[in-house]
Design a binder for this molecule. Structure first.
Ligand code: ATP
Ligand code: MG
Length: 260
Protein backbone atom coordinates (compact mmCIF):
# COMPACT_ATOMS: atom_id res chain seq x y z
CA UNK A 1 0.00 0.00 0.00
CA UNK A 2 1.90 2.96 -1.25
CA UNK A 3 1.86 6.66 -0.46
CA UNK A 4 2.48 8.54 -3.67
CA UNK A 5 3.05 12.20 -4.36
CA UNK A 6 2.37 12.77 -8.05
CA UNK A 7 3.37 15.94 -9.89
CA UNK A 8 2.43 18.25 -7.02
CA UNK A 9 2.54 22.00 -7.55
CA UNK A 10 1.55 24.53 -4.91
CA UNK A 11 1.65 28.31 -4.43
CA UNK A 12 0.71 30.60 -1.53
CA UNK A 13 -1.23 33.52 -3.04
CA UNK A 14 0.79 33.51 -6.22
CA UNK A 15 4.11 32.73 -4.48
CA UNK A 16 5.17 29.46 -6.08
CA UNK A 17 6.60 26.99 -3.52
CA UNK A 18 6.47 23.52 -5.08
CA UNK A 19 6.62 22.53 -8.72
CA UNK A 20 6.07 19.08 -10.17
CA UNK A 21 7.13 17.21 -7.03
CA UNK A 22 6.83 13.42 -7.28
CA UNK A 23 8.02 10.57 -5.08
CA UNK A 24 6.74 7.43 -3.43
CA UNK A 25 7.17 6.01 0.07
CA UNK A 26 6.54 2.35 0.87
CA UNK A 27 5.23 1.08 4.23
CA UNK A 28 7.97 0.56 6.81
CA UNK A 29 10.16 3.20 5.19
CA UNK A 30 11.69 6.22 6.89
CA UNK A 31 11.92 8.99 4.30
CA UNK A 32 13.77 12.23 5.13
CA UNK A 33 12.80 15.49 3.43
CA UNK A 34 15.85 17.70 3.10
CA UNK A 35 16.19 21.24 1.82
CA UNK A 36 17.26 24.72 2.78
CA UNK A 37 15.06 26.99 4.89
CA UNK A 38 12.01 27.94 2.88
CA UNK A 39 12.42 25.11 0.36
CA UNK A 40 8.87 23.86 0.99
CA UNK A 41 9.34 20.92 3.39
CA UNK A 42 6.63 21.98 5.85
CA UNK A 43 4.31 22.94 3.00
CA UNK A 44 4.73 19.48 1.48
CA UNK A 45 3.94 17.81 4.83
CA UNK A 46 0.76 19.92 5.14
CA UNK A 47 -0.25 18.90 1.62
CA UNK A 48 0.39 15.23 2.46
CA UNK A 49 -1.76 15.54 5.59
CA UNK A 50 -4.61 16.96 3.50
CA UNK A 51 -4.45 20.32 5.31
CA UNK A 52 -3.52 22.17 2.12
CA UNK A 53 -4.73 21.36 -1.38
CA UNK A 54 -2.31 21.10 -4.27
CA UNK A 55 -2.94 23.42 -7.22
CA UNK A 56 -1.93 20.54 -9.45
CA UNK A 57 -1.13 16.88 -8.97
CA UNK A 58 -2.30 14.18 -6.58
CA UNK A 59 -1.41 12.67 -3.24
CA UNK A 60 -2.59 9.10 -3.05
CA UNK A 61 -2.74 6.61 -0.24
CA UNK A 62 -3.25 3.03 -1.42
CA UNK A 63 -4.13 4.39 -4.84
CA UNK A 64 -6.87 6.72 -3.56
CA UNK A 65 -6.57 10.47 -3.96
CA UNK A 66 -6.74 12.22 -0.58
CA UNK A 67 -9.05 14.79 -2.17
CA UNK A 68 -11.86 12.24 -1.99
CA UNK A 69 -11.47 11.66 1.78
CA UNK A 70 -12.76 13.67 4.72
CA UNK A 71 -10.27 15.41 6.99
CA UNK A 72 -10.99 13.07 9.90
CA UNK A 73 -10.60 9.91 7.82
CA UNK A 74 -7.23 11.20 6.58
CA UNK A 75 -6.26 12.07 10.19
CA UNK A 76 -7.08 8.53 11.35
CA UNK A 77 -4.45 7.17 9.00
CA UNK A 78 -1.94 9.98 8.86
CA UNK A 79 -0.59 11.96 11.83
CA UNK A 80 1.17 15.28 11.29
CA UNK A 81 3.51 16.29 14.11
CA UNK A 82 4.44 19.93 13.73
CA UNK A 83 7.41 21.91 14.89
CA UNK A 84 6.70 23.06 18.39
CA UNK A 85 6.40 26.85 18.23
CA UNK A 86 4.42 28.13 21.17
CA UNK A 87 3.38 26.93 24.59
CA UNK A 88 -0.27 26.95 23.67
CA UNK A 89 -1.69 24.20 25.80
CA UNK A 90 -2.55 24.95 29.45
CA UNK A 91 -2.98 21.21 30.03
CA UNK A 92 -1.13 18.24 31.42
CA UNK A 93 1.09 16.31 29.04
CA UNK A 94 -1.37 13.39 29.12
CA UNK A 95 -4.22 15.75 28.12
CA UNK A 96 -2.15 16.90 25.15
CA UNK A 97 -1.26 13.35 24.11
CA UNK A 98 -4.86 12.11 24.36
CA UNK A 99 -5.82 14.71 21.73
CA UNK A 100 -4.36 12.21 19.26
CA UNK A 101 -7.65 10.31 19.71
CA UNK A 102 -9.73 13.26 18.41
CA UNK A 103 -10.15 11.96 14.82
CA UNK A 104 -11.66 8.77 16.28
CA UNK A 105 -14.23 10.54 18.46
CA UNK A 106 -17.65 11.99 17.69
CA UNK A 107 -18.21 15.73 17.85
CA UNK A 108 -18.22 16.86 21.51
CA UNK A 109 -17.23 13.38 22.72
CA UNK A 110 -14.66 13.46 25.51
CA UNK A 111 -11.81 11.00 25.80
CA UNK A 112 -12.56 8.15 28.22
CA UNK A 113 -10.34 6.01 30.49
CA UNK A 114 -9.43 3.70 27.59
CA UNK A 115 -8.21 6.71 25.57
CA UNK A 116 -6.11 7.93 28.52
CA UNK A 117 -4.68 4.44 28.92
CA UNK A 118 -3.62 4.42 25.26
CA UNK A 119 -2.15 7.91 25.66
CA UNK A 120 -0.09 6.81 28.65
CA UNK A 121 1.17 3.80 26.71
CA UNK A 122 2.25 6.03 23.80
CA UNK A 123 4.22 8.20 26.26
CA UNK A 124 5.75 5.13 27.91
CA UNK A 125 6.76 3.80 24.52
CA UNK A 126 8.92 6.92 24.19
CA UNK A 127 10.23 6.52 27.76
CA UNK A 128 8.29 9.61 28.75
CA UNK A 129 5.64 8.14 31.06
CA UNK A 130 7.04 10.25 33.90
CA UNK A 131 5.88 13.42 32.08
CA UNK A 132 2.19 12.42 32.05
CA UNK A 133 1.02 14.63 34.93
CA UNK A 134 3.34 17.57 34.22
CA UNK A 135 2.02 20.88 32.92
CA UNK A 136 2.73 20.97 29.17
CA UNK A 137 3.80 24.62 29.45
CA UNK A 138 6.37 23.88 32.13
CA UNK A 139 8.42 21.15 30.56
CA UNK A 140 11.49 21.62 28.39
CA UNK A 141 11.41 22.11 24.62
CA UNK A 142 12.77 18.61 24.03
CA UNK A 143 10.23 17.09 26.41
CA UNK A 144 7.42 18.92 24.58
CA UNK A 145 8.74 17.57 21.29
CA UNK A 146 8.56 14.01 22.65
CA UNK A 147 5.03 14.60 24.01
CA UNK A 148 3.89 15.82 20.59
CA UNK A 149 5.41 12.75 18.96
CA UNK A 150 3.51 10.55 21.44
CA UNK A 151 0.32 12.37 20.41
CA UNK A 152 1.16 11.61 16.75
CA UNK A 153 1.80 7.95 17.58
CA UNK A 154 -1.56 7.70 19.30
CA UNK A 155 -3.25 9.16 16.25
CA UNK A 156 -1.68 6.91 13.63
CA UNK A 157 1.01 4.30 13.45
CA UNK A 158 0.37 3.82 9.78
CA UNK A 159 1.75 7.13 8.53
CA UNK A 160 3.71 9.69 10.53
CA UNK A 161 4.50 13.05 8.99
CA UNK A 162 7.08 14.75 11.19
CA UNK A 163 8.27 18.34 10.90
CA UNK A 164 11.78 18.52 12.34
CA UNK A 165 11.24 15.81 14.97
CA UNK A 166 14.63 16.36 16.60
CA UNK A 167 14.20 20.10 17.05
CA UNK A 168 15.14 20.95 20.68
CA UNK A 169 16.54 17.50 21.43
CA UNK A 170 20.05 17.18 22.80
CA UNK A 171 22.82 15.41 20.89
CA UNK A 172 22.13 11.96 22.27
CA UNK A 173 18.35 12.27 22.47
CA UNK A 174 18.25 13.09 18.75
CA UNK A 175 19.67 9.66 18.01
CA UNK A 176 17.54 7.91 20.63
CA UNK A 177 14.37 9.42 19.18
CA UNK A 178 15.29 8.68 15.57
CA UNK A 179 16.23 5.13 16.59
CA UNK A 180 12.76 4.68 18.09
CA UNK A 181 11.13 6.05 14.96
CA UNK A 182 13.20 3.69 12.84
CA UNK A 183 12.19 0.77 15.10
CA UNK A 184 8.52 1.66 14.50
CA UNK A 185 9.15 1.46 10.76
CA UNK A 186 10.85 -1.90 11.09
CA UNK A 187 8.58 -3.54 13.67
CA UNK A 188 5.19 -2.05 12.87
CA UNK A 189 5.54 -1.09 9.22
CA UNK A 190 5.03 2.59 10.06
CA UNK A 191 5.74 4.86 7.14
CA UNK A 192 7.55 8.05 8.19
CA UNK A 193 8.14 11.20 6.20
CA UNK A 194 10.24 13.61 8.25
CA UNK A 195 11.49 17.10 7.37
CA UNK A 196 15.03 17.24 8.71
CA UNK A 197 17.73 19.89 8.83
CA UNK A 198 20.75 17.76 9.58
CA UNK A 199 21.89 15.64 6.62
CA UNK A 200 24.04 13.60 9.03
CA UNK A 201 21.00 12.51 11.03
CA UNK A 202 19.23 11.66 7.77
CA UNK A 203 22.25 9.66 6.61
CA UNK A 204 22.39 7.80 9.92
CA UNK A 205 18.69 6.93 10.18
CA UNK A 206 16.66 7.44 7.01
CA UNK A 207 16.13 4.74 4.39
CA UNK A 208 15.23 7.19 1.70
CA UNK A 209 15.70 10.92 1.05
CA UNK A 210 13.87 13.53 -0.98
CA UNK A 211 15.98 16.64 -1.60
CA UNK A 212 13.96 19.77 -2.33
CA UNK A 213 15.55 22.75 -3.99
CA UNK A 214 13.91 25.72 -5.68
CA UNK A 215 10.53 24.04 -5.28
CA UNK A 216 11.63 20.97 -7.23
CA UNK A 217 13.00 17.54 -6.38
CA UNK A 218 16.76 17.83 -6.81
CA UNK A 219 17.23 14.12 -6.09
CA UNK A 220 15.48 11.26 -4.37
CA UNK A 221 16.30 7.66 -3.64
CA UNK A 222 18.03 5.45 -1.07
CA UNK A 223 19.73 7.70 1.53
CA UNK A 224 23.26 6.31 1.34
CA UNK A 225 23.44 6.35 -2.46
CA UNK A 226 21.63 9.64 -3.03
CA UNK A 227 23.46 11.66 -0.38
CA UNK A 228 26.82 12.16 -2.01
CA UNK A 229 29.00 15.09 -0.94
CA UNK A 230 28.30 16.68 -4.31
CA UNK A 231 24.50 16.43 -3.96
CA UNK A 232 24.49 17.59 -0.34
CA UNK A 233 26.74 20.49 -1.39
CA UNK A 234 24.39 21.41 -4.22
CA UNK A 235 21.39 21.19 -1.91
CA UNK A 236 22.80 23.60 0.68
CA UNK A 237 24.89 25.62 -1.79
CA UNK A 238 28.01 24.85 0.18
CA UNK A 239 31.33 23.16 -0.41
CA UNK A 240 30.76 19.88 1.40
CA UNK A 241 33.02 16.92 1.98
CA UNK A 242 32.03 13.49 3.22
CA UNK A 243 34.18 11.85 5.83
CA UNK A 244 33.76 8.12 5.42
CA UNK A 245 34.45 5.40 7.92
CA UNK A 246 33.63 1.75 8.19
CA UNK A 247 29.89 1.36 7.78
CA UNK A 248 29.10 5.05 7.76
CA UNK A 249 30.13 8.62 7.21
CA UNK A 250 29.24 12.22 7.84
CA UNK A 251 29.17 15.49 5.95
CA UNK A 252 31.07 18.63 6.82
CA UNK A 253 30.89 21.97 5.06
CA UNK A 254 34.39 23.17 4.16
CA UNK A 255 35.13 26.51 5.79
CA UNK A 256 35.77 29.36 3.32
CA UNK A 257 39.43 29.34 2.22
CA UNK A 258 40.00 25.67 3.22
CA UNK A 259 41.61 23.84 0.28
CA UNK A 260 42.43 20.58 2.07
P1 ATP B 1 12.15 25.69 7.14
O1 ATP B 1 13.31 24.78 6.90
O2 ATP B 1 12.61 27.09 7.45
O3 ATP B 1 11.15 25.17 8.11
P2 ATP B 1 10.47 24.87 4.90
O4 ATP B 1 11.28 24.10 3.92
O5 ATP B 1 9.63 24.11 5.84
O6 ATP B 1 11.43 25.88 5.69
P3 ATP B 1 8.01 26.18 4.14
O7 ATP B 1 7.61 26.55 5.51
O8 ATP B 1 7.25 25.09 3.47
O9 ATP B 1 9.57 25.88 4.04
O10 ATP B 1 7.92 27.48 3.26
C1 ATP B 1 8.14 27.48 1.87
C2 ATP B 1 7.92 28.88 1.33
O11 ATP B 1 6.55 29.26 1.48
C3 ATP B 1 8.75 29.97 2.03
O12 ATP B 1 9.13 30.91 1.05
C4 ATP B 1 7.74 30.58 3.00
O13 ATP B 1 8.05 31.94 3.21
C5 ATP B 1 6.42 30.43 2.26
N1 ATP B 1 5.28 30.24 3.17
C6 ATP B 1 5.19 29.31 4.15
N2 ATP B 1 3.99 29.38 4.75
C7 ATP B 1 3.31 30.39 4.14
C8 ATP B 1 2.01 30.96 4.32
N3 ATP B 1 1.15 30.47 5.23
N4 ATP B 1 1.65 31.98 3.51
C9 ATP B 1 2.50 32.47 2.57
N5 ATP B 1 3.75 31.97 2.35
C10 ATP B 1 4.14 30.95 3.12
MG1 MG C 1 9.57 24.02 7.91
Amino acid sequence: MSLTVEHISFAYEGHKVLEDVSFQVSPGTFCALLGRNGSGKSTLLHLMAGLLRPAMGHIKLAGRDLRGSSRSSIAQRMALVLQEHARIFPFTVLDVVVMGRTPFMRLNQRPGPADYELALRALEELDAGHLAKRNFNRISGGERQIALLARGLLQSRENLLLDEPTNHLDFNNQHILLGRIKALCEKRGTRVVAAMHDPNLALAWADQVVMLSGGKVLAHGPAAETMTAEMVGRLYEADVRKIEFNGGGFFMPRPPGDRS
